[in-house]
Design a protein. Structure first.
Lengths: 324, 251
Protein backbone atom coordinates (compact mmCIF):
# COMPACT_ATOMS: atom_id res chain seq x y z
CA UNK A 1 0.00 0.00 0.00
CA UNK A 2 2.66 2.46 1.04
CA UNK A 3 4.83 1.47 -1.90
CA UNK A 4 2.04 1.87 -4.42
CA UNK A 5 1.21 5.25 -2.96
CA UNK A 6 4.81 6.28 -3.39
CA UNK A 7 4.81 4.98 -6.96
CA UNK A 8 1.64 6.92 -7.64
CA UNK A 9 3.21 10.01 -6.19
CA UNK A 10 6.25 9.65 -8.43
CA UNK A 11 3.98 9.05 -11.41
CA UNK A 12 1.91 12.06 -10.54
CA UNK A 13 5.01 14.18 -10.17
CA UNK A 14 6.35 13.07 -13.55
CA UNK A 15 2.96 13.59 -15.14
CA UNK A 16 2.68 17.10 -13.78
CA UNK A 17 6.25 18.25 -14.11
CA UNK A 18 7.97 15.69 -16.36
CA UNK A 19 8.14 17.94 -19.38
CA UNK A 20 9.36 20.87 -17.32
CA UNK A 21 12.03 18.68 -15.71
CA UNK A 22 13.03 17.48 -19.19
CA UNK A 23 13.31 21.07 -20.34
CA UNK A 24 15.48 21.93 -17.36
CA UNK A 25 17.75 18.98 -18.22
CA UNK A 26 18.10 20.15 -21.84
CA UNK A 27 18.76 23.61 -20.51
CA UNK A 28 21.50 22.26 -18.23
CA UNK A 29 23.15 20.37 -21.10
CA UNK A 30 23.24 23.50 -23.26
CA UNK A 31 24.45 25.63 -20.37
CA UNK A 32 27.31 23.24 -19.66
CA UNK A 33 28.22 22.91 -23.35
CA UNK A 34 28.39 26.57 -24.25
CA UNK A 35 29.49 29.51 -22.14
CA UNK A 36 27.21 31.79 -24.16
CA UNK A 37 24.00 29.87 -23.54
CA UNK A 38 23.25 30.64 -19.90
CA UNK A 39 23.52 34.42 -20.15
CA UNK A 40 21.03 37.24 -19.83
CA UNK A 41 21.74 38.27 -23.41
CA UNK A 42 20.89 34.82 -24.70
CA UNK A 43 17.78 34.61 -22.50
CA UNK A 44 16.52 37.87 -23.99
CA UNK A 45 17.39 36.54 -27.45
CA UNK A 46 15.36 33.39 -26.81
CA UNK A 47 12.46 35.55 -25.61
CA UNK A 48 12.67 37.47 -28.86
CA UNK A 49 13.00 34.36 -31.00
CA UNK A 50 10.12 32.58 -29.30
CA UNK A 51 7.66 35.48 -29.38
CA UNK A 52 6.13 34.82 -32.80
CA UNK A 53 5.92 31.11 -32.14
CA UNK A 54 4.28 31.72 -28.76
CA UNK A 55 1.65 34.07 -30.23
CA UNK A 56 0.64 31.75 -33.04
CA UNK A 57 0.71 28.71 -30.72
CA UNK A 58 -1.55 30.44 -28.21
CA UNK A 59 -4.07 30.98 -31.00
CA UNK A 60 -3.68 27.37 -32.06
CA UNK A 61 -4.27 26.20 -28.51
CA UNK A 62 -7.84 27.57 -28.60
CA UNK A 63 -8.61 25.32 -31.56
CA UNK A 64 -6.90 22.40 -29.87
CA UNK A 65 -8.68 22.99 -26.55
CA UNK A 66 -11.97 22.57 -28.42
CA UNK A 67 -10.70 19.27 -29.82
CA UNK A 68 -9.80 20.66 -33.24
CA UNK A 69 -6.76 21.18 -35.39
CA UNK A 70 -5.66 23.98 -37.69
CA UNK A 71 -3.21 22.99 -40.43
CA UNK A 72 -3.47 26.29 -42.30
CA UNK A 73 -1.53 28.57 -39.95
CA UNK A 74 1.86 28.38 -41.69
CA UNK A 75 0.69 29.23 -45.19
CA UNK A 76 -1.88 31.72 -43.90
CA UNK A 77 0.90 33.57 -42.13
CA UNK A 78 2.89 33.71 -45.38
CA UNK A 79 -0.12 35.18 -47.20
CA UNK A 80 -0.67 37.77 -44.46
CA UNK A 81 3.05 38.57 -44.61
CA UNK A 82 3.17 39.34 -48.35
CA UNK A 83 -0.16 41.20 -48.31
CA UNK A 84 0.94 43.31 -45.36
CA UNK A 85 4.22 44.18 -47.10
CA UNK A 86 2.62 45.14 -50.38
CA UNK A 87 -0.23 47.07 -48.73
CA UNK A 88 2.28 49.02 -46.70
CA UNK A 89 4.21 49.82 -49.88
CA UNK A 90 1.17 50.91 -51.88
CA UNK A 91 -0.74 52.84 -49.21
CA UNK A 92 2.03 53.88 -46.81
CA UNK A 93 -0.71 53.67 -44.21
CA UNK A 94 0.21 51.59 -41.18
CA UNK A 95 -3.37 51.17 -39.97
CA UNK A 96 -4.62 49.99 -43.35
CA UNK A 97 -1.70 47.58 -43.74
CA UNK A 98 -2.13 46.10 -40.27
CA UNK A 99 -5.85 45.88 -40.90
CA UNK A 100 -5.11 43.96 -44.10
CA UNK A 101 -2.86 41.47 -42.26
CA UNK A 102 -5.43 40.91 -39.51
CA UNK A 103 -8.09 40.68 -42.20
CA UNK A 104 -6.22 37.89 -44.00
CA UNK A 105 -5.82 35.96 -40.73
CA UNK A 106 -9.45 36.43 -39.74
CA UNK A 107 -10.60 35.62 -43.28
CA UNK A 108 -8.73 32.31 -43.29
CA UNK A 109 -10.05 31.57 -39.78
CA UNK A 110 -13.57 32.42 -40.94
CA UNK A 111 -13.36 29.95 -43.84
CA UNK A 112 -11.83 27.25 -41.61
CA UNK A 113 -14.54 27.78 -39.00
CA UNK A 114 -17.29 27.71 -41.59
CA UNK A 115 -16.03 24.46 -43.10
CA UNK A 116 -15.35 22.69 -39.81
CA UNK A 117 -17.95 24.00 -37.37
CA UNK A 118 -20.91 24.55 -39.67
CA UNK A 119 -20.33 22.26 -42.64
CA UNK A 120 -18.84 19.50 -40.46
CA UNK A 121 -15.81 18.76 -42.62
CA UNK A 122 -13.02 16.96 -40.75
CA UNK A 123 -10.81 19.74 -39.38
CA UNK A 124 -7.53 18.12 -40.38
CA UNK A 125 -8.48 17.84 -44.06
CA UNK A 126 -10.45 21.08 -44.32
CA UNK A 127 -7.76 23.31 -42.80
CA UNK A 128 -5.07 21.50 -44.79
CA UNK A 129 -6.97 22.26 -47.99
CA UNK A 130 -7.47 25.88 -46.95
CA UNK A 131 -3.73 26.04 -46.25
CA UNK A 132 -3.07 24.82 -49.77
CA UNK A 133 -5.36 27.49 -51.16
CA UNK A 134 -3.65 30.23 -49.17
CA UNK A 135 -0.26 28.90 -50.32
CA UNK A 136 -1.38 29.17 -53.95
CA UNK A 137 -2.87 32.63 -53.36
CA UNK A 138 0.36 33.78 -51.73
CA UNK A 139 2.47 32.53 -54.65
CA UNK A 140 0.13 34.08 -57.22
CA UNK A 141 0.09 37.37 -55.36
CA UNK A 142 3.84 37.64 -54.83
CA UNK A 143 4.91 35.87 -58.02
CA UNK A 144 7.21 33.93 -55.74
CA UNK A 145 9.40 37.01 -55.20
CA UNK A 146 10.12 38.82 -51.96
CA UNK A 147 8.36 42.17 -51.47
CA UNK A 148 10.77 44.57 -49.77
CA UNK A 149 9.35 47.43 -47.75
CA UNK A 150 10.19 50.76 -49.44
CA UNK A 151 9.90 53.20 -46.64
CA UNK A 152 8.77 51.48 -43.48
CA UNK A 153 8.03 53.80 -40.58
CA UNK A 154 10.16 53.45 -37.49
CA UNK A 155 7.04 52.57 -35.48
CA UNK A 156 6.38 49.60 -37.72
CA UNK A 157 9.98 48.38 -37.62
CA UNK A 158 9.99 48.72 -33.84
CA UNK A 159 7.27 46.06 -33.53
CA UNK A 160 9.64 43.34 -34.67
CA UNK A 161 13.07 44.84 -34.10
CA UNK A 162 12.75 47.41 -31.32
CA UNK A 163 13.52 47.26 -27.63
CA UNK A 164 11.96 48.75 -24.52
CA UNK A 165 15.06 49.04 -22.39
CA UNK A 166 16.65 45.60 -22.62
CA UNK A 167 13.37 43.84 -23.47
CA UNK A 168 12.69 43.11 -27.15
CA UNK A 169 9.39 44.57 -28.40
CA UNK A 170 8.13 41.24 -29.80
CA UNK A 171 8.58 39.76 -26.33
CA UNK A 172 6.42 42.50 -24.83
CA UNK A 173 3.73 41.91 -27.46
CA UNK A 174 3.96 38.18 -26.68
CA UNK A 175 3.61 38.73 -22.92
CA UNK A 176 0.54 40.94 -23.39
CA UNK A 177 -1.05 38.31 -25.61
CA UNK A 178 -0.04 35.56 -23.18
CA UNK A 179 -1.86 37.31 -20.33
CA UNK A 180 -4.96 37.82 -22.47
CA UNK A 181 -4.90 34.21 -23.72
CA UNK A 182 -4.47 32.74 -20.22
CA UNK A 183 -7.32 34.88 -18.90
CA UNK A 184 -9.66 33.97 -21.74
CA UNK A 185 -8.77 30.25 -21.71
CA UNK A 186 -8.89 29.72 -17.96
CA UNK A 187 -10.93 32.50 -16.42
CA UNK A 188 -13.88 33.09 -18.77
CA UNK A 189 -17.04 31.22 -19.67
CA UNK A 190 -15.91 31.03 -23.26
CA UNK A 191 -12.65 29.33 -22.27
CA UNK A 192 -14.50 26.86 -20.06
CA UNK A 193 -16.92 26.08 -22.85
CA UNK A 194 -14.28 25.34 -25.45
CA UNK A 195 -12.45 22.99 -23.08
CA UNK A 196 -15.80 21.31 -22.42
CA UNK A 197 -16.35 20.90 -26.16
CA UNK A 198 -12.91 19.34 -26.49
CA UNK A 199 -13.47 17.08 -23.48
CA UNK A 200 -17.00 15.86 -24.21
CA UNK A 201 -18.96 17.60 -26.98
CA UNK A 202 -22.21 15.87 -26.00
CA UNK A 203 -21.87 17.09 -22.41
CA UNK A 204 -21.31 20.59 -23.74
CA UNK A 205 -24.39 20.30 -25.93
CA UNK A 206 -26.51 18.98 -23.03
CA UNK A 207 -25.33 21.90 -20.93
CA UNK A 208 -26.78 24.25 -23.50
CA UNK A 209 -23.45 25.38 -24.92
CA UNK A 210 -23.52 26.46 -28.56
CA UNK A 211 -20.93 23.97 -29.77
CA UNK A 212 -20.86 25.09 -33.39
CA UNK A 213 -20.51 28.77 -32.68
CA UNK A 214 -17.79 28.28 -30.09
CA UNK A 215 -15.80 26.00 -32.39
CA UNK A 216 -16.18 28.61 -35.10
CA UNK A 217 -14.78 31.26 -32.75
CA UNK A 218 -11.71 29.13 -31.98
CA UNK A 219 -10.77 29.16 -35.67
CA UNK A 220 -11.32 32.92 -35.81
CA UNK A 221 -8.97 33.30 -32.84
CA UNK A 222 -6.37 31.09 -34.47
CA UNK A 223 -6.65 33.21 -37.63
CA UNK A 224 -6.38 36.41 -35.61
CA UNK A 225 -3.21 35.17 -33.92
CA UNK A 226 -1.80 34.35 -37.37
CA UNK A 227 -2.53 37.95 -38.41
CA UNK A 228 -0.88 39.39 -35.29
CA UNK A 229 2.17 37.16 -35.75
CA UNK A 230 2.49 38.19 -39.38
CA UNK A 231 2.78 41.84 -38.28
CA UNK A 232 5.75 41.03 -36.03
CA UNK A 233 7.20 38.79 -38.74
CA UNK A 234 6.96 41.43 -41.49
CA UNK A 235 8.46 44.06 -39.23
CA UNK A 236 11.32 41.77 -38.30
CA UNK A 237 12.04 40.75 -41.91
CA UNK A 238 11.46 44.22 -43.33
CA UNK A 239 9.81 42.43 -46.24
CA UNK A 240 7.22 39.95 -47.40
CA UNK A 241 8.91 36.62 -48.05
CA UNK A 242 7.16 33.91 -50.07
CA UNK A 243 8.56 31.14 -47.84
CA UNK A 244 8.06 32.94 -44.55
CA UNK A 245 5.93 31.43 -41.83
CA UNK A 246 5.86 27.88 -43.14
CA UNK A 247 7.89 26.40 -40.30
CA UNK A 248 5.45 27.78 -37.76
CA UNK A 249 3.02 24.95 -38.35
CA UNK A 250 5.31 22.21 -37.07
CA UNK A 251 6.65 24.35 -34.26
CA UNK A 252 3.21 25.45 -33.09
CA UNK A 253 1.97 21.87 -33.12
CA UNK A 254 5.06 20.90 -31.12
CA UNK A 255 4.53 23.68 -28.59
CA UNK A 256 0.86 22.74 -28.14
CA UNK A 257 1.61 19.03 -27.82
CA UNK A 258 4.32 19.74 -25.28
CA UNK A 259 1.75 21.83 -23.44
CA UNK A 260 -0.62 18.87 -23.19
CA UNK A 261 2.11 16.95 -21.34
CA UNK A 262 2.57 19.67 -18.75
CA UNK A 263 0.95 20.36 -15.41
CA UNK A 264 -1.10 17.15 -15.62
CA UNK A 265 -3.90 18.60 -17.67
CA UNK A 266 -3.92 16.51 -20.85
CA UNK A 267 -5.09 19.59 -22.70
CA UNK A 268 -3.17 22.61 -23.87
CA UNK A 269 -3.03 25.38 -21.26
CA UNK A 270 -1.98 28.96 -21.83
CA UNK A 271 1.05 28.75 -19.59
CA UNK A 272 1.90 25.29 -20.94
CA UNK A 273 1.93 26.59 -24.50
CA UNK A 274 4.23 29.39 -23.40
CA UNK A 275 6.66 26.91 -21.82
CA UNK A 276 6.31 24.66 -24.90
CA UNK A 277 7.24 27.52 -27.22
CA UNK A 278 10.15 28.32 -24.92
CA UNK A 279 11.39 24.70 -25.07
CA UNK A 280 11.17 24.53 -28.88
CA UNK A 281 12.97 27.85 -29.25
CA UNK A 282 15.57 26.90 -26.66
CA UNK A 283 16.26 23.73 -28.64
CA UNK A 284 16.74 25.70 -31.86
CA UNK A 285 18.87 28.27 -30.09
CA UNK A 286 21.06 25.79 -28.21
CA UNK A 287 21.57 23.46 -31.17
CA UNK A 288 22.58 26.43 -33.33
CA UNK A 289 24.99 27.53 -30.65
CA UNK A 290 26.53 24.06 -30.59
CA UNK A 291 26.93 24.23 -34.38
CA UNK A 292 24.56 21.36 -34.94
CA UNK A 293 23.55 21.36 -38.63
CA UNK A 294 20.26 23.12 -39.37
CA UNK A 295 18.68 19.93 -40.69
CA UNK A 296 19.34 18.15 -37.40
CA UNK A 297 17.13 20.63 -35.58
CA UNK A 298 14.07 19.29 -37.36
CA UNK A 299 14.99 15.75 -36.43
CA UNK A 300 15.65 16.69 -32.81
CA UNK A 301 12.35 18.56 -32.52
CA UNK A 302 10.44 15.61 -33.93
CA UNK A 303 12.11 13.24 -31.49
CA UNK A 304 11.44 15.52 -28.53
CA UNK A 305 7.75 15.76 -29.34
CA UNK A 306 7.45 12.00 -29.77
CA UNK A 307 9.23 11.43 -26.45
CA UNK A 308 7.02 13.91 -24.64
CA UNK A 309 3.80 12.41 -25.95
CA UNK A 310 5.06 8.86 -25.40
CA UNK A 311 5.97 9.68 -21.84
CA UNK A 312 2.54 10.99 -21.06
CA UNK A 313 0.81 8.00 -22.68
CA UNK A 314 3.02 5.59 -20.73
CA UNK A 315 2.06 7.44 -17.58
CA UNK A 316 -1.55 6.68 -18.36
CA UNK A 317 -2.86 10.00 -19.49
CA UNK A 318 -5.48 9.99 -22.16
CA UNK A 319 -4.37 12.21 -24.98
CA UNK A 320 -7.51 13.91 -26.19
CA UNK A 321 -6.38 14.88 -29.60
CA UNK A 322 -8.48 13.74 -32.49
CA UNK A 323 -6.88 14.34 -35.83
CA UNK A 324 -9.78 13.08 -37.91
CA UNK B 1 -53.78 11.64 -7.49
CA UNK B 2 -52.60 10.71 -10.96
CA UNK B 3 -55.52 12.21 -12.84
CA UNK B 4 -55.08 15.87 -12.01
CA UNK B 5 -56.86 18.42 -14.18
CA UNK B 6 -53.68 19.79 -15.74
CA UNK B 7 -50.56 17.71 -15.39
CA UNK B 8 -47.24 19.48 -14.99
CA UNK B 9 -46.01 17.95 -18.23
CA UNK B 10 -48.19 16.52 -20.95
CA UNK B 11 -46.67 15.00 -24.06
CA UNK B 12 -49.33 14.24 -26.64
CA UNK B 13 -49.07 11.81 -29.53
CA UNK B 14 -45.28 12.16 -29.81
CA UNK B 15 -43.87 10.61 -32.99
CA UNK B 16 -40.19 10.51 -33.87
CA UNK B 17 -38.40 8.66 -36.63
CA UNK B 18 -34.80 8.56 -37.76
CA UNK B 19 -34.75 7.87 -41.47
CA UNK B 20 -36.78 4.70 -41.85
CA UNK B 21 -36.61 3.76 -38.18
CA UNK B 22 -39.70 4.55 -36.15
CA UNK B 23 -38.38 5.35 -32.67
CA UNK B 24 -41.65 6.63 -31.17
CA UNK B 25 -45.17 6.45 -32.52
CA UNK B 26 -47.97 8.51 -30.99
CA UNK B 27 -46.77 8.21 -27.42
CA UNK B 28 -48.76 10.02 -24.72
CA UNK B 29 -46.89 10.76 -21.53
CA UNK B 30 -47.78 12.92 -18.57
CA UNK B 31 -46.09 13.88 -15.38
CA UNK B 32 -47.43 15.47 -12.17
CA UNK B 33 -45.64 17.48 -9.54
CA UNK B 34 -44.40 15.46 -6.54
CA UNK B 35 -44.43 12.25 -8.49
CA UNK B 36 -41.79 9.69 -9.37
CA UNK B 37 -42.57 7.98 -12.65
CA UNK B 38 -40.61 4.94 -13.77
CA UNK B 39 -40.02 4.66 -17.49
CA UNK B 40 -39.25 1.11 -18.52
CA UNK B 41 -38.90 -0.91 -21.69
CA UNK B 42 -36.52 -3.24 -23.43
CA UNK B 43 -33.53 -1.95 -25.38
CA UNK B 44 -34.75 0.03 -28.36
CA UNK B 45 -38.22 0.55 -26.88
CA UNK B 46 -37.84 4.32 -27.21
CA UNK B 47 -37.11 5.37 -23.62
CA UNK B 48 -34.04 7.40 -24.47
CA UNK B 49 -35.72 8.96 -27.49
CA UNK B 50 -38.72 9.99 -25.41
CA UNK B 51 -36.64 11.69 -22.75
CA UNK B 52 -34.46 13.33 -25.38
CA UNK B 53 -37.62 14.84 -26.84
CA UNK B 54 -38.65 15.97 -23.35
CA UNK B 55 -35.24 17.50 -22.70
CA UNK B 56 -35.12 19.36 -25.99
CA UNK B 57 -32.34 17.33 -27.62
CA UNK B 58 -34.62 15.97 -30.36
CA UNK B 59 -37.63 17.72 -31.76
CA UNK B 60 -40.51 15.36 -32.45
CA UNK B 61 -41.76 14.82 -36.00
CA UNK B 62 -45.30 15.01 -34.71
CA UNK B 63 -47.07 15.66 -31.43
CA UNK B 64 -47.19 18.44 -28.85
CA UNK B 65 -45.75 19.15 -25.43
CA UNK B 66 -47.62 21.10 -22.76
CA UNK B 67 -46.21 22.51 -19.53
CA UNK B 68 -48.94 23.36 -17.02
CA UNK B 69 -51.40 23.17 -19.89
CA UNK B 70 -49.48 25.63 -22.04
CA UNK B 71 -48.16 24.39 -25.34
CA UNK B 72 -44.40 24.70 -25.76
CA UNK B 73 -41.90 24.03 -28.51
CA UNK B 74 -38.35 23.43 -27.34
CA UNK B 75 -35.72 25.18 -29.39
CA UNK B 76 -32.96 23.08 -27.84
CA UNK B 77 -31.67 21.66 -24.56
CA UNK B 78 -31.09 25.13 -23.15
CA UNK B 79 -34.69 26.10 -23.76
CA UNK B 80 -35.97 22.98 -22.00
CA UNK B 81 -33.71 23.78 -19.04
CA UNK B 82 -35.04 27.32 -18.90
CA UNK B 83 -38.50 25.84 -18.64
CA UNK B 84 -37.39 23.76 -15.66
CA UNK B 85 -36.58 20.39 -17.19
CA UNK B 86 -33.22 18.97 -16.16
CA UNK B 87 -31.76 15.71 -17.42
CA UNK B 88 -29.06 13.43 -16.10
CA UNK B 89 -28.06 11.52 -19.21
CA UNK B 90 -26.97 7.92 -19.24
CA UNK B 91 -23.37 8.85 -19.99
CA UNK B 92 -23.78 11.42 -17.18
CA UNK B 93 -22.91 14.29 -19.51
CA UNK B 94 -19.75 15.14 -17.63
CA UNK B 95 -16.51 16.50 -19.02
CA UNK B 96 -13.91 13.92 -17.88
CA UNK B 97 -11.03 16.33 -17.40
CA UNK B 98 -13.08 18.89 -15.43
CA UNK B 99 -13.25 19.10 -11.66
CA UNK B 100 -16.51 18.88 -9.73
CA UNK B 101 -17.35 22.58 -9.74
CA UNK B 102 -16.50 23.01 -13.41
CA UNK B 103 -18.88 20.19 -14.28
CA UNK B 104 -21.56 21.34 -11.88
CA UNK B 105 -21.69 24.83 -13.33
CA UNK B 106 -21.08 23.90 -16.96
CA UNK B 107 -23.14 26.21 -19.14
CA UNK B 108 -24.15 28.48 -16.23
CA UNK B 109 -20.84 29.53 -14.74
CA UNK B 110 -20.81 32.29 -12.14
CA UNK B 111 -18.80 35.30 -13.24
CA UNK B 112 -17.84 38.69 -11.95
CA UNK B 113 -16.66 41.32 -14.44
CA UNK B 114 -16.61 38.60 -17.07
CA UNK B 115 -14.21 36.41 -15.09
CA UNK B 116 -15.08 33.08 -13.53
CA UNK B 117 -15.62 33.05 -9.77
CA UNK B 118 -13.69 29.84 -9.20
CA UNK B 119 -13.60 29.77 -5.41
CA UNK B 120 -17.25 30.73 -5.08
CA UNK B 121 -18.32 27.98 -7.50
CA UNK B 122 -16.15 25.49 -5.63
CA UNK B 123 -17.89 26.36 -2.39
CA UNK B 124 -21.38 26.13 -3.89
CA UNK B 125 -20.48 22.79 -5.48
CA UNK B 126 -19.33 21.46 -2.14
CA UNK B 127 -22.53 22.54 -0.43
CA UNK B 128 -24.74 21.12 -3.13
CA UNK B 129 -23.02 17.71 -3.18
CA UNK B 130 -23.05 17.52 0.61
CA UNK B 131 -26.76 18.38 0.66
CA UNK B 132 -27.32 15.13 -1.22
CA UNK B 133 -25.85 13.35 1.78
CA UNK B 134 -22.93 11.99 -0.17
CA UNK B 135 -19.33 12.27 0.88
CA UNK B 136 -16.66 13.15 -1.58
CA UNK B 137 -12.99 13.24 -0.68
CA UNK B 138 -11.66 15.44 -3.41
CA UNK B 139 -13.35 18.30 -5.18
CA UNK B 140 -10.23 19.26 -7.03
CA UNK B 141 -9.63 16.00 -8.91
CA UNK B 142 -10.86 15.58 -12.48
CA UNK B 143 -14.10 13.59 -12.40
CA UNK B 144 -12.55 10.90 -14.63
CA UNK B 145 -10.52 9.84 -11.59
CA UNK B 146 -13.68 9.33 -9.50
CA UNK B 147 -15.88 6.30 -8.94
CA UNK B 148 -19.10 5.82 -10.90
CA UNK B 149 -21.17 6.74 -7.86
CA UNK B 150 -19.26 9.93 -7.28
CA UNK B 151 -19.62 10.87 -10.93
CA UNK B 152 -23.34 10.17 -10.71
CA UNK B 153 -23.56 12.38 -7.65
CA UNK B 154 -21.93 15.20 -9.54
CA UNK B 155 -24.35 14.72 -12.43
CA UNK B 156 -27.39 14.68 -10.14
CA UNK B 157 -26.14 17.64 -8.14
CA UNK B 158 -25.73 19.53 -11.38
CA UNK B 159 -29.31 18.82 -12.40
CA UNK B 160 -30.57 19.99 -9.01
CA UNK B 161 -28.61 23.20 -8.83
CA UNK B 162 -30.97 24.78 -11.35
CA UNK B 163 -34.04 24.28 -9.10
CA UNK B 164 -35.87 22.29 -11.75
CA UNK B 165 -39.56 21.34 -11.91
CA UNK B 166 -38.74 18.08 -13.63
CA UNK B 167 -35.66 15.89 -13.25
CA UNK B 168 -35.06 13.09 -15.71
CA UNK B 169 -32.65 10.39 -14.53
CA UNK B 170 -31.56 8.08 -17.35
CA UNK B 171 -30.13 4.87 -15.84
CA UNK B 172 -28.69 6.71 -12.84
CA UNK B 173 -28.03 3.53 -10.89
CA UNK B 174 -26.21 1.62 -13.62
CA UNK B 175 -22.65 0.74 -12.58
CA UNK B 176 -23.19 1.85 -8.98
CA UNK B 177 -22.32 0.02 -5.80
CA UNK B 178 -25.39 -1.07 -3.82
CA UNK B 179 -24.79 1.48 -1.08
CA UNK B 180 -24.65 4.20 -3.69
CA UNK B 181 -27.88 3.01 -5.35
CA UNK B 182 -29.73 3.53 -2.06
CA UNK B 183 -28.47 7.07 -1.92
CA UNK B 184 -29.64 7.86 -5.43
CA UNK B 185 -33.10 6.48 -4.58
CA UNK B 186 -33.13 8.63 -1.42
CA UNK B 187 -32.30 11.67 -3.52
CA UNK B 188 -35.35 10.94 -5.71
CA UNK B 189 -37.61 10.73 -2.66
CA UNK B 190 -36.22 13.99 -1.36
CA UNK B 191 -36.98 15.63 -4.71
CA UNK B 192 -40.55 14.39 -4.56
CA UNK B 193 -40.95 15.97 -1.11
CA UNK B 194 -39.95 19.27 -2.63
CA UNK B 195 -42.61 19.06 -5.33
CA UNK B 196 -40.32 18.00 -8.14
CA UNK B 197 -41.48 15.52 -10.76
CA UNK B 198 -38.95 12.76 -11.37
CA UNK B 199 -38.66 10.50 -14.40
CA UNK B 200 -36.62 7.44 -13.47
CA UNK B 201 -35.32 5.16 -16.22
CA UNK B 202 -33.83 1.85 -15.16
CA UNK B 203 -33.42 -1.73 -16.26
CA UNK B 204 -33.55 -2.87 -12.66
CA UNK B 205 -37.24 -3.44 -11.98
CA UNK B 206 -36.93 -3.92 -8.20
CA UNK B 207 -35.51 -0.39 -7.98
CA UNK B 208 -38.40 0.91 -10.10
CA UNK B 209 -41.00 -0.87 -7.98
CA UNK B 210 -39.33 0.32 -4.78
CA UNK B 211 -39.26 4.03 -5.44
CA UNK B 212 -41.82 5.03 -8.11
CA UNK B 213 -45.46 6.09 -7.82
CA UNK B 214 -46.36 5.16 -11.38
CA UNK B 215 -44.77 3.09 -14.13
CA UNK B 216 -44.94 3.76 -17.86
CA UNK B 217 -43.92 0.91 -20.16
CA UNK B 218 -42.74 1.37 -23.73
CA UNK B 219 -42.36 -1.32 -26.35
CA UNK B 220 -41.08 -0.76 -29.89
CA UNK B 221 -41.81 2.95 -29.75
CA UNK B 222 -45.33 2.61 -28.36
CA UNK B 223 -46.76 3.05 -24.90
CA UNK B 224 -48.10 -0.31 -23.76
CA UNK B 225 -48.63 0.35 -20.07
CA UNK B 226 -49.35 3.17 -17.61
CA UNK B 227 -50.01 1.81 -14.17
CA UNK B 228 -49.86 2.73 -10.52
CA UNK B 229 -46.90 1.09 -8.88
CA UNK B 230 -48.97 -0.11 -5.93
CA UNK B 231 -51.21 -2.03 -8.38
CA UNK B 232 -48.37 -3.72 -10.22
CA UNK B 233 -45.65 -6.24 -9.69
CA UNK B 234 -42.54 -7.39 -11.50
CA UNK B 235 -44.33 -10.12 -13.49
CA UNK B 236 -46.88 -7.70 -14.88
CA UNK B 237 -44.27 -5.16 -15.89
CA UNK B 238 -42.09 -7.77 -17.56
CA UNK B 239 -45.06 -9.11 -19.50
CA UNK B 240 -45.79 -5.60 -20.75
CA UNK B 241 -42.18 -5.06 -21.71
CA UNK B 242 -41.87 -8.23 -23.74
CA UNK B 243 -45.30 -7.92 -25.23
CA UNK B 244 -47.86 -10.34 -23.87
CA UNK B 245 -50.13 -7.80 -22.26
CA UNK B 246 -51.43 -4.25 -22.72
CA UNK B 247 -52.77 -2.33 -19.72
CA UNK B 248 -54.18 1.07 -18.95
CA UNK B 249 -53.48 2.79 -22.24
CA UNK B 250 -55.84 5.47 -23.41
CA UNK B 251 -56.28 5.20 -27.16
Amino acid sequence: MAISTTTNRIKRFIRHYGTVVGAVLIFAVFALSSPYFFTIENFLLILKQMSMLAIVSLGFSFVMAAGGFDMSIGYAMGLANVILASTLNTTSNLIVAIGAALGVGLGVGFINGLLVAYLHLPDFIATFAVGSITFGAKMLYSGGHPIFLHNPSSIFLAMGQGYAGPIPMPAIIMLVILVIAVLVLHRTKFGRHIYAIGGNPMAALYAGINVRRNRFYTFLISGLSVGVTSIVLTSRLGSGQPQAGENFLLDAISACFLSTTMFGEGEPTGSGVFVGAFIITMLNNGLTMLNVPYQMQFITKGVVVILAVLLSVLLGRRIQIRLL
Amino acid sequence: MTEQATPLIHMERITKHFGGIQALSEVDFHLNASEIVGLVGDNGAGKSTLIKVLSGVYSPNEGSIYINGKKVRFEGPRHAKELGIETVHQDRGLVPGFQVAANLFLGREKTRFGLLRLRYMDQLARESVESLGIEMQSFRAPVMNMSGGQQQTVAVARALSANPKVVILDEPTAALAIKEVGKVLDVMRRLREHGVAVVFISHVLPEILLVTDRIVVLRRGQKVGDLMTRDSDQDLVVKLMIGTEVVGCAG
